[in-house]
Design a protein around this ligand. Structure first.
Ligand SMILES: Nc1nc2c(c(=O)[nH]1)N[C@H]1C(S)=C(S)[C@@H](COP(=O)(O)O)O[C@H]1N2
Ligand SMILES: [Mo]
Length: 310
């Protein structure tokens, strides 16, 4: 069901004052575009967001079918088979849901997910996504730039990194009983990567509330890095001066580095990263440096040896 805002609805009627003021700053720069996203009436997967913005950061490639995007997943909290999350993640409760922002910030804060969604207009970002296992998809995400949230809490001067911590609830997540990873799932970015306009926090895909298996209610999306950097079902964001020791680095430090930028020239020790299979296609494609986003992000790594910092 599509929930439309009545044409005469004033934004201040639907959002608390502070959020409205914040959002007005954003909208100033967006004259002529749609009004900020309206929340769906219920947060159930499948509910549509209305009035989202198209983003110039989107690729023009054809998105991978919804069915593949929502049934071929990695979400080890629900098992290691690609088909596990679509079945088992349905028991995860995504409301109420709090996300706390802590560590080296001027304003430590905890947001209810629905307040966070109202912070800024939701943008549709159609991104190429590349998994380290060798497959790729094109996914129409709905989200807000992570920079929006970080600017709101104001990183302290000493901040160098941002850590993302996922939920780990043994009652609803059967996978956390297994030692396949160290729980909770933990990922990290350098502060400048986190502030890059391509980096988003997604709350939806294909215009709808994010399905549980894709990381509801809130997950990170960093399109120039391998998919595992995109932590799902985030409960905590921590700013720090130390390089985070991520769940995948703990699992295999020779196989998974902190940066994990998509790089066809740096093979995984057990397989090549030179090509990929786009889900739904037969022939393999060449993998592009930074997953095709080199023009936007290569400058973040000037002077770094990317064989060493893989
Ligand atoms: N919490 C958590 N986040 C996670 C994972 C996971 O197992 N747990 N898997 C990662 C991996 S390996 C990939 S490829 C992407 C898959 O996202 P998708 O299922 O939405 O395509 O999620 C990433 N985020
Ligand atoms: Mo992945």
């Amino acid at each position: 069901m599509l929930i439309q805002l009545p044409a005469d609805t004033v934004p201040s009627e639907i959002t608390p004052r502070a959020v409205f003021d914040k959002r007005r700053e954003f909208l100033k720069g967006l004259a002529g575009t749609a009004l900020a996203a309206a929340l769906p009436k219920s947060a159930c997967a499948g509910e549509k967001f209305s009035a989202t913005l198209k983003s110039p950061w989107s690729t023009t490639e054809t998105p991978t079918p919804y069915k593949s995007v929502t049934t071929y997943n990695n979400f080890y909290e629900f098992g290691t088979e690609k088909t596990d999350p679509a079945q088992l993640a349905q028991r995860m409760k995504t409301r109420p849901w709090q996300i706390s922002i802590e560590g080296l910030v001027k304003h430590q804060k905890s947001f209810a997910i629905d307040d966070l969604i109202k912070m800024a207009p939701l943008e549709e970002r159609i991104y190429r996504m590349r998994c380290v296992e060798g497959w790729s998809m094109v996914i129409p995400w709905l989200g807000l730039p992570l920079a929006t949230l970080l600017k709101h809490v104001e990183p302290q001067g000493a901040t160098k990194y941002v850590e993302f911590i996922s939920a780990a609830d043994p009652k609803t997540m059967p996978g956390v009983a297994s030692a396949v990873l160290d729980w909770p799932y933990l990922e990290g970015l350098r502060l400048d990567e986190a502030m890059h306009p391509l980096t988003i926090l997604a709350v939806g895909l294909y215009g709808e509330v994010l399905p549980n298996q894709n990381g509801a209610p809130l997950r990170l999306v960093v399109p120039w890095k391998y998919g595992f950097k995109g932590a799902k079902s985030i409960v905590k964001i921590r700013l720090t001066d130390r390089e985070p020791w991520t769940a995948w680095m703990k699992a295999g430090p020779r196989e998974y580095g902190f940066y994990s930028n998509v790089n066809p020239a740096v093979d995984h020790p057990r397989w090549s990263q030179a090509t990929e299979r786009r889900i739904g296609e037969f022939a393999k494609r060449r993998t592009l440096p930074f997953n095709g986003y080199a023009e936007q992000v290569a400058g973040l790594y000037t002077g770094m040896d990317l064989q060493k910092f893989f």
